[in-house]
Design a protein around this ligand. Structure first.
Ligand code: ZN
Ligand code: ZN
Length: 328
């Protein structure tokens, strides 16, 4: 019988080997008996992954950048061990965890867990497209892959990044020419910085950002990603204004764009900018094919966990299913 267990404990992913519990992006402390010694690894600073950084009842690890980004939004991150890509953390029973680049946002990590029984790759959120702010995800072979399925359905194929940028720039120019301010609603962390730098590099149009984005821009700057921008609470008239998704433009002379992979599906009356820091469906399948796992668990995609698992079975004949729930 296997002494390795990989489950969704309803508070994150748990890789259990003997009495060692490796928690991946935990959001709550697991109550699975007190014989288990826990170590938590946080993949990146998006809030749906990084809550565990503030849970001090287990040993926590994250990259320097992830810690800095979480601190920038006021999260308590005391006592967290800092990691760099390429680091390896040695744990009991001969298990070790290697830190790899996930290509998603600044500091985003994948974790490759080597146990005497199998090597497991946890992708976290990942992207295989090289961007202005991060390199594309590392590719390493493994026995078992735990793969995110945010865009795990064949209907999510993003257009090439270059074309998205060209369309975006012509939309911005058109707005400004017509006397309107182009306002882009997007994720405050990740997409905002990528769009900021793309507009800097490809045009000389001024970029204004909302204060909630600025706190993250500063951390990108500290880690060598130079962005040019001004901070504004609104009333922008001579450039493009990037705001978090829930902020609506105060200025009536504005046109709104929506930058997200979800813009493929809907954007109501907003200008769609189909753009994401996640791998699209095609990239996920190609990635799994390249890392050659004998088993895949899908997670983090809601209904797409099942869809992606089926597509992987059909397209590349790999054993795949949604990550099972923990059962005592
Ligand atoms: Zn994320
Ligand atoms: Zn996520």
């Amino acid at each position: 019988m296997s002494i390795l267990k990989i489950v969704d404990y309803r508070g994150g992913v748990l890789v259990m080997y003997r009495c060692l519990g490796i928690l991946l992006d935990p959001s709550v402390y697991p109550s699975l008996g007190n014989r288990i010694e826990y170590y938590a690894f946080i993949s990146h600073a998006h809030t749906d992954h990084s809550r565990g950084l503030s849970i001090s009842s287990f040993r926590r690890y994250a990259t320097y950048e992830t810690i800095a980004l979480c601190r920038a939004r006021g999260q308590s991150v005391g006592g967290v061990y800092s990691l760099r890509y390429g680091d390896t953390v040695s744990l009991p029973y001969g298990v070790c965890v290697e830190v790899l680049n996930a290509g998603h946002i600044l500091g985003s990590a994948m974790f490759r867990i080597e146990t005497p029984e199998a090597t497991i790759l946890y992708t976290g959120d990942f992207n295989t497209v090289r961007s202005f702010t991060v390199e594309s995800a590392d590719k390493v072979e493994c026995d078992i892959a735990i793969v995110e399925s945010t865009y795990g359905s064949p209907s999510f194929i993003l257009p090439p990044r270059g074309r998205v940028y060209m369309d975006l720039i012509s939309w911005i120019v058109r707005c400004l020419h017509d006397g309107y301010t182009p306002v882009i609603q997007t994720d405050a962390l990740g997409n905002s910085q990528e769009l900021n730098i793309a507009i800097n590099k490809l045009t000389n149009i001024r970029v204004y950002i909302h204060p909630r984005i600025a706190r993250y821009n500063r951390v990108y700057g500290e880690y060598g990603c130079q962005l040019e921008y001004s901070v504004s609470r609104g009333e922008v008239s001579d450039g493009v204004y990037i705001v978090p998704k829930d902020v609506s433009p105060g200025n009536p002379r504005s046109r709104v764009g929506f930058a997200s992979g979800w813009a493929l599906r809907f954007s109501d009356d907003r200008y769609p900018i189909p753009f994401s820091d996640h791998a699209d469906f095609k990239s996920i399948v190609e990635y799994v094919e390249e890392i050659k796992p004998r088993r895949v668990y899908t997670f983090h995609g809601g209904i797409y966990d099942r869809v992606l698992a089926k597509e992987l079975r059909d397209r590349i004949s790999v054993e795949a299913s949604p990550l099972p729930d923990y059962i005592e």
